[in-house]
Write a protein that binds this ligand. Structure first.
Ligand code: GRF
Length: 211
């Protein structure tokens, strides 16, 4: 059985990789501030200099690294620099919180068991972009979100927490996304808390939660 997480320590160091609004990032900042999570936000890394997550980081006094995708000659060069920034964080856990790119396989391999992602669908359904729209178009009656460890396939790794929401008759993409987002904030906070308490164990595709 593989233990998720790095070396045991009282206070886990958590770094975030985000591309945009950063409400999930904020949920973890708030959950640390109110004592739900015993951890420390050590850095935000973003590929987008215009990301609102940067404001949230500044407001919380968390350092920011901007690794702008467009300023690199290739995805490989970008990923090299991303990895440099990740190494600098000396983090126990990396949270992909609205990171809108597919993370490279080398990074995934290096941080397997220490990198999680939040996706706005009940995986394995509706991977990739516009998951809420996909759910509406498919006609599901229940939608939701998933927090999972990141593996080499997109929106695929071992599942830590899922939360379901009902799809309402008159939902559009925005109303459904809003209802799911509330659950995302809660699910992500629970997953990060469990990680920080060393309660997650990965065995193949399954994640056990130690009591
Ligand atoms: C969330 O719906 C998340 O699940 C998806 O992108 C969105 C990011 O929202 N991956 P935010 O930036 O955390 O507010």
């Amino acid at each position: 059985m593989k233990k998720a997480g790095g070396a045991d320590s009282i206070m886990k160091r958590i770094a975030f990789i985000a591309s945009g609004r950063g409400s999930n990032f904020q949920a973890i900042i708030d959950s640390i501030a109110n004592g739900f999570i015993q951890g420390e936000c050590v850095r935000l890394i973003t590929d987008n200099p215009g990301a609102y997550a940067i404001e949230r980081s500044k407001n919380a006094g968390i350092p920011v690294s901007i690794v702008e995708f467009g300023s690199f000659e290739s995805k490989d060069r970008y990923e090299e620099q991303l990895m440099v920034e990740m190494e600098r964080c000396d983090a126990d856990l990396f949270v992909l919180a609205g990171y809108m790119r597919i993370i490279g396989k080398e990074i995934v391999r290096r941080y397997y068991g220490r990198m999680i992602n939040i996706h706005p669908a009940l995986l394995p359904s509706f991977t990739g972009l516009h998951a809420q729209r996909q759910a509406l178009e498919y006609g599901v009656k229940v939608a939701g979100c998933t927090v999972h460890f990141v593996d080499e396939n997109m929106d695929h790794g071992p599942i830590i927490v899922q939360r379901a929401v009902d799809v309402h008759e008159h939902d559009d993409e925005n109303t459904l996304a809003g209802r799911i987002l509330e659950e995302e904030h809660n699910a992500l906070a629970v997953a990060v808390k469990l990680f920080c308490e060393d309660k997650l164990r990965i065995e193949g595709r399954k994640v056990s939660v130690l009591i």
